[in-house]
Ligand binder design. Structure first.
Ligand code: ARG
Length: 229
């Protein structure tokens, strides 16, 4: 099974995209840190191996997982039906929403509803559920970025009407940019889970789920800790 291979290698390889605070972002030392990284460290500890974090583009994570480049994905990854065709998900460990960021001054999108986004120019992170959501909005021009942080900068610079991104990253972007604000209304409700290659890692999944259960009581404090940074 997957666990035997991980123990033999002495290493658990996490695939992530460290552009998504507070779940994963680059810390002061330029190393990936965040809620998912701390959970991943606990999983490695449970297995008695070292954790290796591979930071890559978000849209490459599932292909890399299925190409054998890592043991699991932890990336604030939303459970979707399409992704369920190619990976096995762990238990859910967080609930999130897609939210709308606009400029405080003269916002170009009036509220966080589909109708208000119609015909607008909206930034998203490539391959995310925000990207998927916007692809179905009538007449919208969707600009796909490598990270929502970059999209936030383009919004502040007047190149976009709005950015659609998950709740806590949205709040983090706004907290770090005085020119931006986020509407309270939400476009979707989503569940985050970790992912392993389909049908090959039942034993690893069991350990991931055990750690998620063990950590469930600390999750709020852990999230708060990384949000405050
Ligand atoms: N929850 C969204 C999704 O699954 C966005 C996740 C982005 N994660 C990241 N680490 N950049 O599509």
């Amino acid at each position: 099974g997957a666990v035997d291979k991980i123990k033999e290698a002495g290493e658990l390889v996490l695939l992530t995209n460290a552009q998504f605070p507070p779940y994963e972002y680059l810390g002061d030392d330029n190393e990936p840190t965040g809620v998912d990284i701390e959970i991943a460290q606990k999983i490695a500890d449970e297995l008695g191996v070292e954790l290796t974090v591979v930071d890559m583009d978000f849209d490459g994570l599932i292909p890399a997982l299925n190409g054998g480049k890592g043991d699991f994905v932890a990336a604030g990854l939303t459970i979707t039906e399409e992704r369920q065709q190619s990976v096995d998900f762990s238990d859910e460990y967080a609930t999130s929403n897609q939210m709308v960021i606009v400029t405080k001054d003269d916002p170009k999108v009036a509220a966080a509803t589909v109708e208000d986004l119609e015909g607008k120019t909206v930034g998203v992170q490539l391959g995310t559920t925000g990207d998927l959501f916007m692809s179905e909005v009538e007449g919208a021009t969707v600009k796909q970025y490598k990270s929502a942080l970059e999209a936030g900068m383009d919004l502040a610079n007047g190149r976009l009407d709005a950015v659609v991104v998950d709740k806590l990253p949205a709040q983090s972007i706004v907290a770090n940019n005085d020119a931006l604000m986020v509407y309270d209304d939400v476009l979707t409700t989503e569940q985050y889970a970790m992912a392993v290659p389909k049908g090959q890692s039942a034993d690893l999944l069991e350990i991931i789920n055990k750690v998620l259960t063990d950590m469930s009581g600390e999750m709020e404090a852990l999230t708060q800790k990384h949000f405050d940074l």
